[in-house]
Design a protein around this ligand. Structure first.
Ligand code: TUI
Length: 311
């Protein structure tokens, strides 16, 4: 495929992988890039030396471009922002905040900057600061989320900026790509479907939970503290729900959630882990190689646009 986004990022298919903290390492990123998408190393759980090692590992595993996702709530962010420059990373995506103060330095280093946003306001601010593209992420996504749905967010962001808009939240097959294409998106970001990939290094329990989960198994906790997070429901989300309803403070909630994403990813702890995943997990039925996932999604997309919809 040759599109604005594939040319901008030097990739074959207009798909980028979600920047999933603790999940997206050099192994997953290089598999996605090798298959023709843009793989991302998620620096959300890393310090600068671990990130440097993962970048070098990804370079040894693929000769294709890949990126790094910087989760701006990570206290190591200033150091990580420097490492991506030193290691000449091709693309940086950001999440959970505004990357405003880093954009100029990244741009000067020749890095393509793609902030993840959940509103038109931040999209416009990012365009003004020189972002090359943006990811507009709907509330269907897993992890830390905004309020608007993908269906409502994408057309409004598309009308607000002139740079390419990559749609995220609720996309796991070719129908999803076709749908957001009609809303004006230039590409897609996919997270949840890649959790159930062979190359993803998360605990097997996490993959099986994604595959087994149904449409109604998704829960959002932390709204009261201003940091809503979407996970697959389990004992932890139930407990957090109870605490929230009983008026627990942000600090009390944090004491329970601290380390819970690591427990899910590394230990497969079904009770105390945070199994972050999007609402589309119910559609994911099988653990597959990354290459097959991407090729299947774009074959479905081509079939969809040929038929032109069912209305
Ligand atoms: O960042 C994400 N998703 C994430 S980050 C993450 S790590 C984490 N772990 C535990 C607790 C909390 C987070 C897991 N999932 N997605 C991108 C995204 N960014 N979605 C929404 C936003 C966002 C929200 C508010 C971006 C900016 C913003 O406000 C910026 C401002 O200052 O105006």
């Amino acid at each position: 495929m040759k599109t604005t986004l594939t040319v901008l990022l030097g990739i074959k298919y207009p798909i980028i992988q979600g920047g999933m903290a603790w999940v997206a390492d050099a192994n997953l990123a290089s598999a996605v890039s090798d298959a023709g998408g843009l793989g991302l190393i998620a620096a959300g759980s890393m310090d600068k030396e671990l990130l440097r090692a993962e970048i070098r590992k990804a370079k040894s595993l693929t000769d294709k471009p890949f990126g790094v996702n910087i989760m701006l709530m990570n206290p190591h962010t200033p150091d990580l922002a420097q490492v991506v420059i030193e290691e000449e990373v091709a693309v940086v995506t950001t999440g959970a905040g505004s990357p405003g103060k880093y954009i100029e330095a990244w741009k000067s280093a020749g890095i393509k900057v793609v902030p993840v946003v959940a509103s038109t306001g931040l999209a416009k601010r990012m365009e003004g600061l020189g972002a090359d593209a943006i990811v507009a992420e709907g509330t269907e996504a897993g992890g830390h989320i905004g309020e608007l749905t993908t269906m409502t967010l994408i057309p409004q962001v598309v009308d607000s900026v002139r740079i390419p808009v990559i749609a995220a939240g609720g996309i796991a097959d070719g129908r999803g790509i076709a749908a957001v294409s009609m809303l004006g998106a230039s590409g897609v970001q996919v997270g949840t479907r890649f959790l159930a990939s062979c190359e993803c290094t998360i605990h097997q329990n996490y993959k099986e939970l994604v595959v087994k989960s149904r449409d109604i198994d998704s829960r959002v906790t932390g709204r009261s503290g201003g940091h809503p997070v979407r996970c697959i429901k389990n004992a932890l989300t139930l407990e957090l729900d109870k605490m929230e309803k009983a008026g627990a403070t942000f600090e009390e909630m944090e004491a329970v959630t601290l380390g819970s994403l690591r427990k899910a990813v590394k230990e497969g702890d079904l009770k105390e882990g945070s199994f972050m995943a999007g609402q589309i997990a119910g559609l994911v039925k099988e653990i597959m190689p990354v290459k097959d996932i991407i090729e299947e999604m774009f074959a479905e997309y081509e079939a969809c646009i040929k038929v032109g919809g069912s209305i």
